[in-house]
Ligand binder design. Sequence first.
Ligand SMILES: NCc1[nH]cc(CCC(=O)O)c1CC(=O)O
Ligand SMILES: [Zn+2]
Ligand SMILES: [Zn+2]
Length: 338
Amino acid sequence: MEFPVVPNKHTSLLHAGYHHPIHRKWQANAQITSEMLMYPIFVTDNDDVEEKIDTLPGQSRWGINLLVDFLKPLVDNGLKSVILFGVPVKIKKDPVGSAADDPNTPTIRALHLLKKAFPKLLLAVDVCLCPYTSHGHCGVLRDDGTIDNRGSVRRLADISMAYARAGCDMIAPSDMMDGRIKAIKDALVEEGIAHKVSLMSYSAKFASGFYGPFRDACHSTPGSGDRKCYQLPPQSRGLARRALVRDIGEGADVLMVKPGTPYLDILRDARELAPDYPLSVYQVSGEYAMIWHSAQAGVFSLRTGVMESMDGFLRAGANFVLTYYTPQILEWIKEDSN
Ligand SMILES: NCc1[nH]cc(CCC(=O)O)c1CC(=O)O
Ligand SMILES: [Zn+2]
Ligand SMILES: [Zn+2]
């Protein structure tokens, strides 16, 4: 790196840059705002109940009829975007995940409802088969139990179109099948809606141990085997970089790295590989729980732990963060502005 000025006996003195709080703000590469938060929400077809999720303290599966009342105060507090996860409990699961695009599936019903209730809220939907398949995998399987990639991609594109027609603003496939970005983009173009429905790829999604609470929340733990054949090996920087470049080539509008904190190097890689693309990071369920329990145990205050993790994401290059801490952060942003 080139030094901007000739070093002299004063250039090593840094404290003047951070004595005053406003000075410290000027040193920030980026600061979190409400637009940078996307709130993951679990929607169930047990219509009138809130089911608390034990492994995700403070988070619930929401019955359709409670959704609007739950979100109203958050929207009033600055919430700008959500990502919906369907948790069907009444619809039957089958090998091809037919329930994913059934007109009565929770996400489709929620899309219609939320579009009407909150016209300005950006509605993203997670697209995957695992909450809907009897075997719990993210794709369709062959007779020998391995992934049928072509069949899976076809299903995912169909499901994406059903969500797009129901009014979502953004499709977010988390399944990790090869070629799904191209298939979904082609379908959006074919349907004539590629200008208003964007495509966010979970591009660098690792086969992480940090998804446990989520699988519990979604009842989506695979019946047998694991997801290591379609999610990235945690040791691999190279495959993550290839996946990012591949998804750009297939037509992704927004890229994602997931999980967050253990993969900040990948986030920085993504920022450098795709300097002109919006980039998101998913602070996943295990990270949420880890910070929560640490705060409970007195390691730090919840606010300190959460906000320092946000600082890391923004510094590494993220434009926005999917986090279950969205309601708290909105509150803290508001407190700070007063
Ligand atoms: N395709 C399913 C999916 N979508 C988002 C997450 C994880 C999110 C979280 O842990 O918060 C998972 C779990 C998995 O892939 O096993
Ligand atoms: Zn899945
Ligand atoms: Zn395999």
